[in-house]
Design a protein around this ligand. Sequence first.
Ligand SMILES: [Zn+2]
Length: 505
Amino acid sequence: MAKQFDTVVKGGTIYTATDTYVADIGIKGEKITAIGMNLQAAGADVINARDLQVIPGGIDPHVHLQLPFCGTVSSDDFYTGTRAAACGGVTTVLDFAGQGTHDNLMAGIEARMKEARDKVVIDYSLHTMVTGFKKLKNPLKEFQRLMEFGVASHKMFMIYEREGWNATDDDIFGAMLAAQEVGATLCMHAESEKVMNYLVGMALKKNLGAYGHVVSRPNFIEEEAIQRAIKWASATGAHLYVVHMSTGGGAQLFKEAQAKGINVHVETCPQYLVLNDEVFKDKKTGHYYATCPQIKKKEDCERMWKGLQDGEVAVVSTDTCTFTTKQKAMWNGDFTRIPFGMPGVETLLPSVYSFGVRGGKFSLNHFVSLIATNPAKIMGMYPQKGTIMVGSDADLSIIDPDESRIIDYKKLASNCDWSPFQGWKLYGFPKFTLSRGTVLVRNGKFDEKAGRKGRGRFVKRGPFGWRNLSRPWYVPDHKPQVPAELFGEGAKSDNSGRKRAAVGV
Ligand SMILES: [Zn+2]
């Protein structure tokens, strides 16, 4: 008799964003092909999941592996970074492809894929980084071409003028108009460049060390930019996704915008939930914690946990951008020269599991929505990724709820000589991680042979799948405000529905 499955996950408790039940999962090749009781396991690799929690593999929609920044390159590359991800139960990451000096976005995607291809251990996808919008000959065609290729989201920066990356209001507006025509998502780094630079100038005179990073970016720097980005999304009808939100006030703005039916989503990161800006006061290590935006206050952490509970904050990502202590030392006392970023993808699930689920803030099902299902839907990968169902990729993270670890950077897979969570006790590390059916982590240990370099694949994504989302505020009943007369034939009667129907979500 031919074996029915290659792998059977036996007797675990399955948690999706909506359901909890005990069942076996049958995997054939790369897919989940059956879910049920007493699946035929003859000849299969049997994973005993009794008393374990079986969840979809984590999706981190925001990492920067081997990113050139501040005259150095982030120390986790596409191999060490995706290996670390697997060790933390993450099975898909989304990185970014810079536009560079090109007059198109595809060249950057191709270059980045070349860098990633032979190194990735898990599946990955890419957002573009639109750092020269005015150089694009035809943004609409460009976004269309990328959508067909499977790149459904584009990032813009409202800051980084010095680096030549920043998008001005007209760039953002133009990009949003084009993005909404093809159903693409505009990802936004929202901070207010001009006022921030003014404050940076003031802070530099005060000799505050790494704490200068804090006083030069008070909450209104992020809040004003979020407000502006939401305004343009409201006017154009584009789907806006603000990345790495750090302020409680920002969460409030999203709550209000979503209540009006404006098509906007937002993510935050563990560093903005479990750390606060006291860390910058340490003269020796303060600068390690510099991220962009910076870590804020306790009240902000609390407001964002609330946002995660209530739903206006839909995703926890990491903004992983690993720099070693040696790289961080390049700041030389000037807080504007710190390579921004920290390791994170490996501790994403454990940190949110420990403080969110075990901390009593939300259920394990809700946790699954935040770290897998919502990012999959918002980024156009659902239901191939982000859930456990027949036909989905066999991406699983299997957790022993009683097992904890004391974080020690020496034992983490990330290529880094420090951890923001050094010495912390965290639960939620995977006992098993499966990526498209391959067992990458077995009994808590990474399988070097199974997890070979380059086995990961590029995930082709589709338009923003709002029809798939179950929350009522995902229904875009908001009417854009750009005058219909500015658009072509047929646009006049229904400005809100302009070509959206053609997208096929
Ligand atoms: Zn980032």
